[in-house]
Design a binder for this molecule. Structure first.
Ligand code: CA
Ligand code: CA
Length: 311
């Protein structure tokens, strides 16, 4: 008997072989699908992780804010910062009067302090004078142009209708609409930290940044050492339990070694020692994400709340 060309044994080997190939092929295809899916999932997870981190960072910031706004909390309370393995918050409390009220600086007949601020920023005098006049024209009610200022006609020439507002700024962002402010924003992005639109215009010298006091009293930074030594207390750090407090314009003038009557008078007009408006800044962090919430309160009522993107 002639053997069939393919014996049952060989045929079974062949069949096994082809099903093995099919299995390998399927494994390969499945592997490819799985690889693509994992890639997709990885992208998705990264986006989800960023979203989760941002949300958690905000949650931490809000937690800090609740602690910070408590009426009995002290500026140096250890509860103002907290951290665990993945996140935490850090809260700083100061007064809004630690900044210069831009509206009051502009509506005051003497814009000398604004000029000193611009000088501190190393602004060219011609530019500073144009900007100062443009800011003044923006907040005064009339359409009479100051020497180097900008009223309705000047803005129309630049292609803007309905400017200036002819009233005090309601928030700092409005300042960016003033002619020349785009240059300041580009050259000196920290300008916002100097100003506020709240408060009576008197600067809280117990809270103000050293450079603000230097500008206010027209003294170089190195003359601030005795004042800062008193303010910071023995540990040399601000906002700790041993801080000293400034309590009179005469004391400030003496610590700064300022005796010219005009500057002493300026100090009397422009300083205070415990601004009533609180500024609470809470930064929440989670993994590498950070969120900052700012709350401005007066008599425990919120007057402004803002959120900053991660930095
Ligand atoms: Ca005007
Ligand atoms: Ca201290």
């Amino acid at each position: 008997m002639k053997a069939s060309p393919i014996s049952p044994r060989r045929s079974s080997i062949c069949q096994r072989g082809s099903s093995l190939i099919a299995v390998f092929w399927m494994i390969a295809v499945l592997g490819m699908v799985l690889f693509a899916a994992t890639k997709l999932l990885a992208t998705d997870t990264a986006a989800a992780r960023v979203m989760r981190d941002r949300m958690q960072a905000k949650r931490y910031a809000e937690m800090g804010l609740e602690v910070g706004r408590h009426p009995r909390i002290e500026l140096y309370d250890p509860l103002l910062s907290m951290s665990d393995d993945s996140g935490g918050y850090s809260v700083s409390i100061t007064t809004e009067e630690a900044r210069f009220n831009i509206n009051i600086l502009l509506l005051n007949s003497d814009r000398e302090i604004l000029r000193r601020i611009f000088t501190y920023w190393k602004m060219r005098p011609e530019f500073a004078s144009k900007l100062s006049d443009a800011l003044k024209d923006w907040v005064d009610a009339d359409d009479k142009i100051s020497l180097n200022g900008a009223e309705k006609r000047e803005y129309e020439k630049l292609g803007f209708d309905h400017l200036p507002f002819n009233r005090p700024f309601k928030n700092l962002d409005e300042m960016l609409l003033v002619r020349g402010m785009e240059t300041v924003n580009a050259a000196y992005p920290g300008w916002r930290d100097w100003f506020t639109v709240y408060g009576d215009g008197k600067v809280d010298v117990n809270e103000a940044r050293p450079e603000f006091i230097s500008v206010l009293a027209a003294v170089p930074m190195e003359r601030l050492t005795p004042l800062l030594t008193l303010r910071n207390g023995r540990d040399g750090a601000h906002h700790t339990i041993d801080d000293g407090r400034l309590n009179s314009a005469a004391q400030v003038a003496q610590l700064l070694g300022v005796f010219q009557p005009k500057i002493v008078q300026d100090l009397q007009q422009w300083v205070q020692f415990a601004g009533p408006i609180r500024r609470i800044e809470s930064t929440g962090s989670y993994n590498s994400m950070r969120r900052k919430i700012i709350l401005i309160t007066q008599n425990n009522q919120t007057i402004w709340r803002g959120e900053m993107p991660s930095s």
